[in-house]
Write a protein that binds this ligand. Structure first.
Ligand code: BGC
Length: 761
């Protein structure tokens, strides 16, 4: 164990070693239900995970097999568990008892999108990380690996051996309440970053999971929505993101989503689950249903669903009966069990169970802050107002966003309990319904931007105005040298945004402050893009997303130039909702005789109510291949800020592009830091395919982060694999490289590509 911890904790390794030695947490306790005496035939670690799994299967009774394929039932979620295996659950929300007599461990699952969110259930502290969108905005695979390492350690410390992250649904609908959880609108970016995060967790012997499979691109009516989309569009976008993440990470589980895809539920869809995932992607792990997303027994099992969560309505007794009646053949049952067990051996949770210890808080802080700093995107900086000069500034007005007490975080299953409680008391009416308040209450993490700013300028007058009255905020702004408005937008699983506008009159607040003081800086804490009717009137805009428990320090470091902004947008900020592929956001229709509310097996009370379950409805993803920037490019629609965009306090010059085509095409170029500070540039490579390919104007095919000292030039070569240039041919169900001319373009955003070269295949 000792060797394992030291070897694998790349992030904060020294701090971790010291804390561990001096606090004596070394003598950690085993979690009940985790220990495996090492004397079974399958304990031989030289055997493959598949052989080991089959050795176990020979010993299992039918009841034990069934038990491995479902959670404890919804009852366990709503009533205290006083006896039986569920008493061993770290969180009953995600628990599958193992088979102690054979040394097969319990599966202890937690969400882990913005930190280990299952942690609150038994009272353990977990680091509140910035949102998934902030992680994506760093465009930094190495950072994603560090994030995964930190998450893996925290999960193990709390007794979890399976993670329910990462979420990589592509942003086809920016009003999706879960945009903050995901990793942007491009499959290569999302898949690569999730791949690194999950690879790191797996290296720490955690079963990892990618979700929500698939085309679950809005939350409004997520249980009754039918996503209608073409095969090619799906393969080259949403499914490609999963393909890349799975290949790079070796993740053990895929979570199928609530929605239907082309008329069939995602958790009983033979095309997505078996033809694509298990056959084409050669996925050897198991498919787990989203919570309450299993709608049948035989149909789901035969289509490729392996595990029902968190209940047992379909894969408990009904599955046993279906096996006994041979409606689900024994071979399929054994395949389901095999997939679970081989994943347990493959991830190492049988040989190396988690041990109880205190989470390494300092390590978490370090990773959270680094992510917030690298993920923040500077969108505007007129007249170089930023960075602020700490030495010369005399007065600052800090306005709005509860910046005196904390930073916004995302809600729902990924919500990390705020250490010390939510500093912003929710309106009492929201608390009346405990089922919906879980989603609706905006939770702030206790990291107050006001404090971060005050610490930078101890000599200056820094005053706070809550921003509830624009006139009072404007008066404070007027008498201050600089005004910083914190604008927040709460988003959560279970409810989509009503619009892309900032809520609660914040646009008017910003207008009023900017009119009073032209040196107005807006710091956004949002889940995704927002509209900015006031953009021309403010001097600077910094998008900090949901910046996590070190948001305050990160924001202050960025505003005062201790850190040079390097984040890039992982999704487009449109000019207006009229420019979206679906200007009107679709939701369930009002129930009537023609549109009754269906009776569903899954989606009981809690989830159904919060989702506003209603009659079935369709969402047509007619934009198809044109997701995000590809849509605006193809439709020639101007945007507010394009995909890949982000300013820094530096400028960079690009030159000397050479492209050598091949199985791996080498794209070489030089980037020079033409400014006076050190900075990090995210150099991006896009490809335009031959016209006959019928593709949107360009797609991201690679990128690299370059740290450059003032005046420094670096020559880099980025390999672009053949896969990045192919298209999905529906007729032959295969990927093809279309013969013709390819233009490779290089630069600092999808709309700033100064270098280009044409090659032929
Ligand atoms: C969410 C999943 C989550 C699960 C367990 C569901 O409501 O859609 O993302 O993993 O709950 O918390």
């Amino acid at each position: 164990m000792m060797e394992l911890k030291f070897r694998k904790h790349a992030a904060c390794s020294v701090a971790f070693l010291l804390i561990t030695l001096f606090t004596g947490t070394w003598a950690h306790a085993q979690f009940p239900g985790m220990a495996q005496p090492k004397h079974y035939p399958w304990s031989d670690t030289s055997l493959s995970p598949d052989v080991r799994a089959d050795l176990v299967i020979k010993e299992l009774t039918l009841d034990e097999k069934i038990q491995l394929l479902h959670g404890m039932g919804w009852q366990a979620l709503f009533a205290p568990v006083e006896s039986g295996p569920a008493t061993r659950a770290v969180s009953v929300l995600g628990f599958i008892p193992g088979v102690p007599r054979l040394g097969i461990p319990d599966l202890q699952m937690t969400d882990s999108v913005e930190g280990v969110s299952g942690a609150g259930v038994k009272g353990r502290y977990a680091t509140a990380l910035p949102s998934g969108e902030a992680m994506a905005a760093a465009w930094d695979p190495a950072l994603s690996y560090e994030i995964g390492t930190m998450l893996g350690h925290e999960m193990r410390a709390m007794g979890f051996n399976m993670s329910l992250g990462s979420g990589i649904n592509l942003i086809r609908e920016p009003r999706d309440g879960r945009t903050f959880e995901y990793k942007g609108e491009d499959p290569l970016l999302a898949g690569t970053l999730a791949g690194q995060e999950l690879k790191a967790e797996k290296a720490l012997h955690i079963i990892t999971d990618v979700k929500h499979y698939a085309v679950n691109d809005q939350d409004a009516g997520r249980i009754v929505v039918n996503s209608i989309i073409g095969k090619r569009a799906m393969r080259e976008s949403d499914l490609l993101a999963f393909q890349i993440a799975l290949k790079d990470s070796g993740a053990g589980a895929v979570m199928c989503s609530y929605n239907r895809i082309n008329g069939t539920y995602a958790c009983e869809n033979p095309y997505t689950l078996t033809d694509v995932l298990k056959k084409d992607f050669d996925f050897k792990g198991f498919v787990v249903s989203d919570w309450g997303a299993t709608q049948s027994t035989v149909k789901a099992a035969m289509a490729g669903l392996d595990v029902e969560m968190p209940g047992n309505d379909s894969f408990g007794d009904p599955l046993k009966k279906a096996v006994e009646a041979r409606e689900v053949p024994l071979e399929r049952l054994n395949d389901m069990v095999h997939r679970v067990l081989r994943t347990e051996f493959d991830a190492g949770i049988v040989d190396d169970p988690p041990q109880s210890e205190s989470p390494n808080v300092m390590c978490g802080f370090e990773v959270a802050q680094k992510t917030a700093e690298r993920g923040a995107v500077l969108l505007k900086n007129e007249g170089d107002l930023l960075p602020l000069s700490a030495a010369s500034i005399q007065s600052i007005a800090v306005i709005g966003g509860h910046a005196d007490v904390g930073v916004m975080s995302g809600g729902g299953s990924s919500q990390v309990s705020p250490a010390g409680g939510n500093p912003v008391p929710p309106p009492p009416e929201l608390l009346k319904n405990p089922l919906t308040s879980f989603f609706e209450v905006a939770v702030y993490q206790r990291s107050a931007p006001l404090k971060g700013i005050e610490e930078k300028v101890p000599h200056a007058v820094v005053q706070f105005d809550p921003g509830t009255d624009p006139a009072s905020a404007a008066a404070l702004a007027k008498k201050s040298q600089v005004a910083i408005v914190f604008a927040v937008q709460h988003a959560s699983e279970g409810m989509d945004l009503k619009s892309l506008s900032l809520p609660d009159n914040q646009d008017a607040l910003i207008e009023a402050v900017a009119a009073a003081n032209p040196r107005t800086i807006v710091v956004l804490e949002t889940g995704g893009p927002v509209l900015m009717p006031w953009l021309d009137k403010v001097a600077a805009v910094l998008e900090s997303w949901y910046p996590g428990i070190r948001g305050s320090q990160a924001i202050a470091n960025l505003l005062f130039g201790d850190v040079n902004p390097s984040g890039r947008l992982p999704l487009t900020f449109p000019r207006s909702e009229a420019d979206l592929p679906r200007p009107i956001h679709a939701g369930p229709p009002t129930p009537d005789a023609d549109h009754p509310v269906p009776k569903l097996v899954g989606a009981p009370g809690m989830i159904g109510m919060a989702m506003g379950i209603g009659p079935f409805f369709d969402v047509h993803y007619d934009e198809g291949l044109k997701v995000g920037y590809k849509w605006y490019d193809a439709e020639k629609k101007a945007v507010l800020f394009p995909f890949g965009f982000g300013l820094s306090y530096m400028t960079y010059a690009y030159s000397e592009l050479t492209v050598k085509p091949g199985d791996s095409t080498a794209v070489s170029f030089t980037v020079k830091n033409t400014g006076k500070r050190a900075g990090t540039e995210v150099a991006q490579i896009y490809a335009s395919l031959p016209d006959s390919a019928g593709e949107p104007p360009k797609r991201l095919v690679g990128w690299t982060r370059l740290e450059l000292a003032p005046g420094e030039s670096k020559q880099v070569s980025v390999p672009v694999s053949r896969d990045r240039l192919t298209v999905y041919d529906e007729a032959s169900d295969s990927w093809k490289l279309v013969p013709g001319s390819y233009v490779l373009r290089v630069g600092s955003s999808s709309q700033d590509l100064p270098l280009q070269q044409t090659i032929s295949f």
